[in-house]
Design a protein around this ligand. Structure first.
Ligand SMILES: Nc1ncnc2c1ncn2[C@@H]1O[C@H](COP(=O)(O)OP(=O)(O)OP(=O)(O)O)[C@@H](O)[C@H]1O
Ligand SMILES: O=c1[nH]c(=O)c2[nH+]cn([C@@H]3O[C@H](COP(=O)(O)O)[C@@H](O)[C@H]3O)c2[nH]1
Ligand SMILES: NC(=O)CC[C@H](N)C(=O)O
Ligand SMILES: [Mg+2]
Length: 514
């Protein structure tokens, strides 16, 4: 079996918005990499055995004292180093060059020209993307300029004898014309990494490790029908077959036909053992009378965990609880623990595990980015439609029915949401939006239907475009499509007299209404 971790790159993070993007780009090149906080000590870095190091960008300035620096010994490890933006400035400042600040920020496109031949940047003239205020003003000893731009004459520098490189622009963003080629030359040619990180190798590796970890024990998994837990189900089914039991909780807050789809995909077509727990009444009873969003989330989270515990006791020797934790969760929780990244809005995940839980955790996707999870899901034979689904929050329709949750509201919302999805698929807009859904507003409004007065509820449609769900813009769905959706909802769903479209960005609004 190929060792997918044998040739790897370490990315030290200085807090750039694009650090995860560097990681994804390197992975796309078939090279395993990890993202670590910049201040890891040299022993820890050495023990990782990287074939190269990338220093990310970051918001700080090296012109001030006590701003972030990597361990100085990385320059004695004998491996290639690439600094990007703040990373370049660190290299210059630490190895005897000079960096100075100016109040003129260079933000956006720039053209760079290559000076002479070098192993990193080959295309003589290229458009790149910049985002900086500081710049290198004197080269460190041993370095030469390899590219210049109008605003930054020392825009890319290299010491080829030691394999140290730095670029002021961001090769990891797609706006940088030859960014991928630059990262590829660094990873493959300069660091000498092979292309071992591929979907089929990853699957093989995850399967072998899961088998080795659990032996003959039994594993349970909360299956939601969302991307992450579905891919874990497919992977573990392949790895340990009969030792896996999935628990799918129908909490009455799912979308139309969602429960049947989950059972059809997994239990009927893939032969995965799935226990469907019908808990609609239990959730509705617990939620009755509660209209505060945070309180609703907590109730839903608690009842989920209670059900998981009850069900796991029925499965004789279950020793493991599998989860769909993915790499961004790991990076973000590590960063928030050390206080280095901005706090990510903490959502109530069903993963809020009870204290003193005896089950051991199995997290086969811990090293993977979402796009990698999707790729291996497809390779494992999951339907493309499931793999490309928009995310659906754990509390489900519970946070899309404003205020108190009632079955009548959930039923109306399910119908309206299904029509919205139907039309988005039909018009090709489902793929163009990152997340779309309907929200039930428990206010009544007057309408006129067939010469009669109607007095019914309101539905709001929400559709957003986003990369990371931290910020989002509302989707500019064409009026004729919105008109058809609105028409269909008012005509086909009893109880709705009016449809509105949400035109709020995040920030200041959030994606969900509660
Ligand atoms: N209805 C459900 N039944 C069982 N487990 C659930 C249910 N809803 C959520 N979970 C569990 O909670 C976890 C977190 O939910 P979350 O929505 O973040 O992930 P997901 O559903 O796997 O993927 P996606 O982000 O694509 O929706 C899931 O991975 C799953 O283990
Ligand atoms: O698993 C989840 N449990 C939750 O409690 C939760 N709340 C919001 N979301 C999803 O997170 C993303 C950002 O949502 P907001 O802009 O509303 O904070 C969007 O994709 C939301 O759907 C949740 N996911
Ligand atoms: N994007 C960056 O890494 C910026 C680095 C540094 N803060 C500057 O303004 O030049
Ligand atoms: Mg989900």
């Amino acid at each position: 079996m190929t060792d997918i971790h044998s040739d790897k790159i370490l990315i030290l993070d200085f807090g750039s918005q694009y650090t995860q993007l560097i990681g994804r780009r390197v992975r796309e090149l078939g090279v395993y990499c990890e993202i670590w906080a910049y201040d890891n000590d040299i022993e820890t870095i050495r023990s990782f055995k990287p074939k190269g190091i990338i220093l990310s960008g970051g918001p700080s300035t090296v012109t001030e004292q006590h701003t972030p620096r990597p361990a100085a010994e990385i320059f004695d490890m004998g491996i290639p180093i690439l600094g990007i933006c703040y990373g370049l400035q660190c290299i210059a400042a630490m190895l005897g060059g000079d960096v100075s600040s100016s109040d003129k920020r260079e933000y956006g496109h720039a053209e760079v020209n290559v000076c002479g031949s070098n192993p990193l940047i080959v295309e003589t003239s290229q458009n790149v993307w910049m985002s900086h205020g500081d710049k290198v003003t004197a080269l460190p000893p041993g370095f030469a300029v390899i590219a210049e731009s109008a605003n930054a004459p020392l825009c890319a520098i290299a010491d080829e004898s030691r394999n140290f490189y730095g670029v002021q622009f961001h090769p990891e963003v797609t706006h940088s014309e030859f960014g991928e080629q630059i990262l590829s030359r660094f990873a493959h040619k300069i660091c000498g990494c092979g292309k071992n990180w591929s979907a089929s190798n990853i699957i093989q590796d995850c399967i072998e490790s899961a088998r080795a970890q659990v032996g003959t024990d039994h594993v349970i998994l909360g299956l939601s029908g969302g991307v992450d837990s579905s891919v874990v189900a497919a992977l573990l089914h392949e790895a340990i077959g009969e030792q896996l039991t999935c628990i799918f909780v129908d909490n009455g807050l799912l979308r139309k036909n969602e429960g049947d789809q989950v059972m059809e995909t997994f239990a009927e077509n893939m032969g995965v053992k799935v226990i469907r727990v019908d808990a609609e009444q239990r959730f509705l009873d617990e939620l009755a009378g509660e209209s505060d969003p945070e309180a609703k989330r907590k109730i839903i989270g608690r009842v989920f965990v209670e059900i998981f515990e009850e069900e796991s006791k029925k499965i004789d020797d279950a020793k493991w609880l599998a989860q769909g934790t993915i790499y961004p969760d790991v990076i973000e929780s590590a960063a928030s623990k050390t206080g280095k990244a901005q706090v990510i809005k903490s959502h109530h995940n069903v993963g809020g595990l009870p204290e003193g839980m005896e089950l051991k955790l199995l997290e086969p996707l811990r090293e993977l980015f979402k796009d990698e999870v999707r790729r291996i899901g497809l390779e494992l034979g999951l339907p493309a439609k499931m793999i490309h689904r928009h995310p659906f929050p754990g509390p489900g329709l519970g946070v899309r029915i404003l205020g108190e949750v009632k079955k009548q509201y959930a039923d109306v919302l399910r119908e309206a949401d299904a029509i919205f999805m139907d039309e988005l698929y039909a018009s090709g807009w489902y793929e163009k939006t990152s997340q779309a859904f309907a929200v039930f507003l428990p206010v009544k409004s007057v309408g006129v239907v067939g010469d009669n007065r109607s007095y019914d509820y309101v539905v709001a449609l929400r559709a957003v475009e986003t990369i990371d769900f931290m910020t989002a813009t509302w989707a500019h769905i064409p009026y004729d499509i919105l008109a058809r959706i609105s028409n269909r909802i008012i005509n086909e769903v009893r109880g709705i007299s009016r449809v509105t479209y949400d035109i709020s960005g995040k920030p200041p609004a959030t994606i969900e209404w509660e």
